[in-house]
Design a binder for this molecule. Sequence first.
Ligand code: SAH
Length: 358
Amino acid sequence: MQPLHLLGLSRAELTEFVESLDEPAYRARQIFAGLQQRRLHSFAEMTDLPKELRAKLSEHSEVSTLTLESRYLSTDGTRRYLFRTHDKMPVETVFIPEERRDTICFSSQSGCPLQCTFCLTAQLGLLRNLTAGEIVEQIIIALNDAYGVSVKPPRGTNLVGMGAGEPFLNFEALLKAIRVMKEPSGLHIVPNRVTISTAGIVPRIRELATIPDRPHLAVSLAAPTDELRNELMPINRKWPLRELLSACKEFEKSLKPNERFTFEYVMLAGVNDSDEQARQLANLLNRHELRAKVNLIPHNPAEPLPYHPSPVERVELFREILESKGVHAFVRKPRGRDILAACGQLAARSTPHLVAIT
Ligand code: SAH
């Protein structure tokens, strides 16, 4: 059996664990701060704990389970990490520096069971769900690599659950990780700074709406009709657009006054980017009276997938048509394409032509 991964425990659970070792509760406070606030990678570094306690802890638990296999730096400053879990499963994380904040894109699964035809991760299939500890650990390692262990990040940190996997098919671990990360005495990344993207797992969209302190939601659409969406995102056969959008409508009731949720629409040349499709998309959203915005994501090249990004002018025209029909639309700037770190490019590749940072 795997030792208990302490990064996946809340303060309260860590206290229970510490007490089960016949240690006083205040030790849990020290350990939690060591792991989640100082972001230490080993018990050995927790020099405020007695040696015997550190030995006892390492007998029963662990704090670092991901091994860095490779690390890539993009010309735009984006970093991609390829890790292996204890059982050798690939996990990828992307760190995206921006002027006023950093964004960390984490993975919720190793591989992905959904078979979206435009996404490279689909080719891995589902390897396994990640644990809450493995999710939290991705963020800790990325922050430490960017700023140094224990250094307070100079900018705010946003998280996006848009790496490998379908977060809503690993719902419990995902919510657990989000709860752990919001603790003020730890990472203190509040759910309001977190956005989770789903391909459209309808029951979980409805469930998320009922959670009081919940993250923001993004829904990947990729097509304005069931016919095309069935083809591009087979999950649509299970939950077609009508059901998906009615769940979104339900979710809308849980939005705060200034909050919106996002639809993502990957732009595939000649497939889903015509004027007619822009009108269909606008009509679809307007019919459901959704207070959403649309992010247009230029397709990121993903060999050997048979798609090409829509030309810049096409994307702009598509956006204008949406806007002219009252749908707010934005064009997303791809980050980290040169190191296969952009949306849909995470496929555990560590190919020699990429320049790894050493
Ligand atoms: N499974 C989740 C989260 C991961 S994908 C989901 O489907 O939402 C994150 C976003 O990247 C999704 O909106 C997806 O549609 C988009 N995407 C996938 N492959 C892409 C590609 N090759 N180029 C651009 N965006 C892509």
